[in-house]
Ligand binder design. Structure first.
Ligand SMILES: Cc1cc2nc3c(=O)[nH]c(=O)nc-3n(C[C@H](O)[C@H](O)[C@H](O)COP(=O)(O)OP(=O)(O)OC[C@H]3O[C@@H](n4cnc5c(N)ncnc54)[C@H](O)[C@@H]3O)c2cc1C
Length: 431
């Protein structure tokens, strides 16, 4: 069991410390607690304050990178098991995802994905124009077709991870919010403790699930992770007629039906790439993504360069960037969102009367190949990185959390982890 300090609220010793209370950290803590392993989760702000509550709420296999699909298929199973054990309704449901095709190129792209992923025997199909109309409850064959995956799911991001954290606590995990981890101490290459703003916690292993902060955290330990941040903007609408119960995506506007009767609306890929010192350091690795998304991506050179994700160094007794920014809450691009909503109304006449109820921004952590890292850096026995979910992590989060827990425990991994290894970046991971 944990050893606690005099006030009983702060543990001095445990087996595993998890850094970060997003979906990865919380599910890792949940799976460790299920196995009876003492675990303390430290979150610098509030549980799911960053990406894990700000996302669109799509839990999809459709259109996923083949290298990530086995992990998503297993994660879908984990989602339905976890949901059945929660104390509250998180709006989870298998409602299907649909990607609309407006051009022949859209059809060809989805057909190519179907061909490449045939061996997974998914239930994804390309619908004809009239089948698409039937699905959307309309006529006129405006769309050339759609990629439809009935077994995909959706959930309410603001409800999901806090409920999972309550479940982890019920199983014995200690969940500390407003508790930033400043750094990790090691001895002869083995993790010995973490130093938090509230004191030191002795431990044998650490899972770093710090989302967009992971690279900054590692830089201070002289570890190199090619991870950058892009800003994405999202809105929710006023209550509107239900013409789809799951999601409907297209190049100009993507929608998810919400539990509150509105829609979460945004534009896929319309992200703002933030120029920070690490962007120059990792420029070559990211060049392929920048080239591919050039048309829809904005590059922003602003105050972020000198902001908390920039290069910084601190010691155990100094305030870290994690205490300075409890919750990363970037300004949404309201002009972009206004255009997205008007496009959504053109695509879906059922939305003619909706208004904007709320807008928000979120920073997404991106790796050069848009796949997560689940691995230990050389020379750091007991440290597992579980980060870089590259905008797909609400779906695969539980699988990444489980694999991180398995790695700590030396168990067989849920799926082959070689696609998620640090060595793929062909860089020196430890200085
Ligand atoms: C706008 C948007 C839309 C998206 N849509 C989807 C979608 O529809 N489907 C999908 O699958 N994915 C989606 N994603 C991606 C998904 O939300 C993320 O991949 C996923 O939530 C990442 O989870 P995480 O636990 O790795 O990180 P996060 O949720 O960001 O959590 C990391 C946590 O670590 C904490 N932390 C960091 N450093 C420290 C420290 N030193 N000490 C203590 N705490 C620390 C942070 O405060 C944060 O709470 C979207 C993301 C965004 C932003």
């Amino acid at each position: 069991m944990h050893t606690r300090s005099a006030d009983q609220s702060f543990p001095l010793k445990t087996s595993v410390v998890v850094i970060g209370g997003g979906i990865v950290g919380v599910t890792a803590a949940l799976f460790l607690a299920e196995r009876g392993v003492p675990v303390v989760l430290c979150e610098k702000g509030q549980i799911a304050g960053e990406q894990s509550s700000r996302n669109w709420g799509w839990i999809r296999k459709a259109s996923r990178d083949e290298r990530e699909l086995p992990l998503m298929i297993e994660s879908a199973r984990l989602w339905s098991r976890i949901v059945s054990e929660l104390d509250s309704d998180i709006g989870y449901g298998v409602r299907g995802t649909t990607y609309l095709c407006e051009t022949d190129a859209d059809i060809a792209r989805h057909q190519d994905w179907l061909d490449k992923t045939k061996h997974f025997q998914l239930d994804s199909t390309l619908l004809s124009p009239s089948e698409t109309d039937a699905l959307l409850g309309r006529t006129g064959k405006r769309f050339k077709g759609a990629l439809h995956t009935p077994s995909d799911a959706t959930a309410e991001p603001r409800l999901a991870v806090p409920a999972m954290a309550r479940r982890a606590a019920e199983l014995g995990a200690t969940i500390l919010d407003n508790c930033a981890v400043r750094l990790i101490e090691r001895e002869a290459g083995n993790v010995r403790s973490v130093v938090t703003e509230r004191g030191e916690i002795a431990c044998e292993s650490v899972i770093l699930a710090g989302g967009v902060w992971s690279r900054t955290f590692l830089e201070n330990l002289d570890l190199d992770l090619p991870q950058l941040a892009v800003k994405s903007s999202v809105m929710r609408t006023s209550v509107a007629p239900e013409f789809i119960s799951g999601t409907v995506g297209s190049e100009r506007a993507s929608l998810r039906r919400r539990q509150d009767g509105g829609y979460t609306v945004a534009r896929s890929g319309a992200a703002e790439f933030q120029l920070i010192p690490a962007a120059f350091h990792h420029f070559a690795a990211f060049l392929p993504i920048i080239r591919e998304r050039w048309r829809i991506m904005k590059i922003r050179a602003g105050s972020e360069f000198f902001g908390p994700l920039g290069r910084a160094r601190w010691k155990a007794d100094e305030t870290s960037p994690f205490e300075r920014v409890r919750v990363m809450d970037p300004e949404p691009d309201k002009k972009l969102l206004a255009r997205v909503l008007s496009d959504a109304k053109v695509l879906h006449p059922q939305l003619a009367d909706v208004t904007v109820a709320e807008t928000w921004g979120g920073l997404i952590d991106v790796m050069p190949d848009e796949l997560p890292v689940i691995d230990s850096p050389p020379g750091w026995q007991g440290l597992v990185l579980a980060t870089g979910l590259s905008g797909h992590g609400f779906g695969i989060g539980p699988g990444v959390g489980l694999m991180a827990a398995q790695r700590v425990l030396g168990e067989n991994m849920l799926v082959d982890a070689s696609n998620f290894a640090l060595a793929r970046f062909n860089r020196k991971a430890a200085a």
